[in-house]
Design a protein around this ligand. Sequence first.
Ligand code: ZN
Length: 309
Amino acid sequence: MMNLPSKVSICEVGLRDGLQNEKVLLTTDQKLEFLRGFIDAGYPVIEVGSFMHPKKVPQMADTDELFKRIGEVPEGVELRALIPNVRGVQRAIDCGCKKVKLNVSASRMHNLKNLNRTPEESVAGFADCVKAANENNIAISGSISMPFASPWEGRTPVEDVDAIIEAYLKVGINEISLSDASGMAVPNQVYDLCKHVREKYHDATWWLHFHNTRGVAIANIIAAMEAGMTQFDSSFGGLGGCPFVPGAAGNISSEDVIHMMDEMGIETGIDLVKVMALSRTLPEIVGHALDSYVLKAGRSKDLIASQSE
Ligand code: ZN
C-alpha cells in the first residue's frame, strides 16, 4: 500500500507567484476579494505578496496595502509574504504581516554570477532579517529555489542543497521550502531528496513548491508525500507561468491538488467548490486560458452525480 498522509496543508500562492508572472496588474480591490475568498474557502496558509522593490516587481507593489486592509484574520490562518532583505522585514512590521519568507537559488553559478556570492553566503547574510523578525514577533521561513535542477547546471548536487539547508538552520530558520521554480524535478529525484532531508534534518519543517511546466508537478507531490512530506504550495487556476519559458504552464493548480487529495481521502480542510468559483473568474481578468484540469473537466463527483440522474 502507498505510504500517504491522512492530512496535508496547502498554501495558496496565486496572489504572489501567480500574479507576479502575469502581465495584467490587478487592483488592490480585486486582490482583496480573492484573499477574502481564500480565507473563506479554508486555506490554512496564503502567500499574499512580496516586499520586493515596486519598480522591480510592480505586480506586488500593493502588498503592504493588502495586509493593512485585510487586518485581523481568523485563528489558524497564516498570511505570508516574500522578502528580499531586512528592508522587507521592516515593511512587514509596518503593515501587520506576521510571516515572511526569504529565498535563495540553489544554483551556485546563478548566485555567483548575479550576486557574487555562494548560496550559503547569501543565506548567512539573512541573519539580520532573522534578528529583526524575532524582535518583532514575526515568523520567518526560507526557500531554496531549484534544489532539484536548474537551467544553468542541470541536476543540483545534493551536497549543494545540504550546504544551503545548514546555512538556513545556522541563522535560525528551520521552516524551509524546496521550490522547483524551473519545473525540472521528476518524481524519483523528489522522493530521494525529500527522504534525505527528512532523515538528516530533524529540526526542520518542509514545504514543497512545484511548477507544472512539464506536466510532472502532481506526480512530484505524490512522490513527496510518499517520502513523508505534508505541506504543498499551489496556485488557483494554475496561474504563474514559468519565469524561464514564456508561455509555459504555471504553478500546479490548486483545484487539481485539492481535488486529488479529496478523492484520495486526504484531508485539506479546503472547500474545492469555493476555490473553483474563484478560479473561474480568472480568465477574464488575466486575459488567457488557465492550466487547470479540474476547472475544465469538473470534479469526478459531479460527473457521477449527473450520470445517475
Ligand atoms: Zn514558484
